[in-house]
Design a protein around this ligand. Sequence first.
Ligand code: IVH
Length: 690
Amino acid sequence: MIYSYYPCGGLPMAELSTERHIQQLREEIDGHNHRYYVLDDPVVSDAHYDDLMNRLRELEADYPELVTPDSPTQRVGASPLEGFDEVEHPSPMLSLANAFDTDQLRAWHKRAQDLLEGAGFDMVCELKIDGLAVALTYEDGRLARGATRGDGLRGEDVTSNLRTIKSIPLLVRGNGVPRRFEVRGEVYFPKSGFLKLNEERVSQGEAPYANPRNTAAGSLRQLDPRITASRPLDIFVYALGYAEDGAAPDTHWAILEYLKDLGFKTNPANAVCSTLEEVEAYYRDWLERKESLDYGVDGAVVKIDPLSYQRHLGSVGREPRWAIAYKFPATQEITRLLDIRINVGRTGSLNPYAVLEPVNVGGATVKMATLHNEDDIRRKDIRVNDWVVVERAGEVIPQVVGPVVSRRSGEEFEFEMPPHCPVCDTPTARPEGEAMTYCFNTVCPAQFARLFMHFVSRGAMDIEGMGERLALAVIDAELVKDVGDLYSITAEQLLTLERMGEKSAGNLMKSIEMSKERPLPNIIYALGIRHVGYETADALVRHFGSMDSIAQACEEELTSVPGVGPKVAQSIAAHFAQESSRAVIEKLRRAGVQLESGVAAQDGSSRPLAGLQMVVTGRLDAMSRSQAEDRIKELGGSVGSSVSKKTRFLVVGEGSGSKLDQAQKLGTEILDEARFLKLLERSLVEEAAS
Ligand code: IVH
């Protein structure tokens, strides 16, 4: 198989060994991936792993003809899609009947036993993972297709997205691998990753996601696989859909073992139980321990083990008689919504939250719940004093599901976003097209505490020794009123703080001093501008070269930076338009903080595509649409989202629609992919020559 790329045979020796070398590296890397992502038991350091990956990447860059889709370097290879294809499942993806108590479980067991005429059987107990079901099809050992469950009969082809999940093998090696087989399992968003993603979103001024399950589903349905790849999705497999010419285990437990041996991730919590008492014990044990898991579970799934018995029992509609979901008690309760209050985030977002009459929800006392944003409160028609349904979805943050309208007494009233910041009293505003209302006063004390902690944090100014407690103490003692004041703190002032010794004060002064040399992208990032993460900060610096040029740039200029769209540009321009922001920059300058990048800015006006607005539509072969847009911007052009009179060229890929019609109407020049690539090439030559 290894030599099949050269059907004519006859390779020079050097090539042959390169090919083998690549093959060996891939096997070694796949082995480490399996240990890390599937078994959670790595045997090499990250550095060693990175080194192997880099060697493979270099070899593949030198020998692009040897790159195959199952190489570990190719998890994110695909370009964004315009939509998903529909996939018909070879056999329906079933759902499960529920048992909510022990009587219902016993009734299910008795019915099965009666139908099996009293024969005894083992049962496999699994956890019911709170995610979404997928089917993975392998052909000749390669992951050929991955689909969502959809309605059970038809799902969506999300292969490029599933390929980005590292615990899904792209290649299954070994003897006896069926020529074609389908594995089914549950994709989920780990709780820890979900909390982290939401923290990042909130710190960027975005509304947090509601729960891990919906976020997992949303991540799998992204048209751009790079977005899916940035999410830490994971999977547990729990069934073999079918297998052609392969091993045929005769129990469900043997299937789980078989899938594990092939390299799939099965749940270590799976267990065989021979009596209903053991099933009950399994259930109680996990009911108590489920909070310790890094994924949400909503019950146990009990499956009758022998496959011959499963076949005999069959299904009723879409629900098999041989399996049941033994659900954990509801994680929803009803309580009184006492008040809706506001928490002011680092970027000034006014985040509403519910103050509840304390209630026990699935074993934990809930006193507060997130309410996301104004529209969400309106859509759900949640009013202060309502009786509300509270849920701990995916076991993470409590949510208010909605009001119990029938219990309204007339004392309820609608919530209004405060017109003034509840902390500093500055008028608030909700920018057009955004979900959140903001306090734009960058020196608002509530925002400022968070902003200051962000400013000194690692990745930003990285002031070692300035932890959260000390940062708050510095603010309380009024040593700083804005982040620029950090550089006028004296050692004497630090010594007035509680528990601050000479040595720590000295060390802190040293690290403040050292931070003046931080690279410019860190400084821009440290300013905590809404929607400006580190990558955007870095792109801004590459383009403009200095803090002053960025601060003076208008929105249009800002949008010509790769990765900066109108929303981000507006946020940057609004930030620097403020008197208080300028004052901070002046303080930094006076303190001697490095505000130039040291790298000459790429002056847009002299670049080959300067002044040209282009629009890209459809699917390109050579690169993704956003890559194409970035290339245009790198060459000095700007990118529009719709075709207008200003558009100089419309680049069309496969499957373009209304934009093409519009361009034809306006007589805009149309470039197919080949001509577009030529234009890029020519521009690059021009740029190199200048
Ligand atoms: S077995 C009969 N096992 O629950 C086979 N399903 O309500 C049906 N699920 O669509 C699937 N964890 O998305 C099975 N260990 C597990 C599961 C599980 C979660 C989900 C799956 C399915 C739904 C059925």
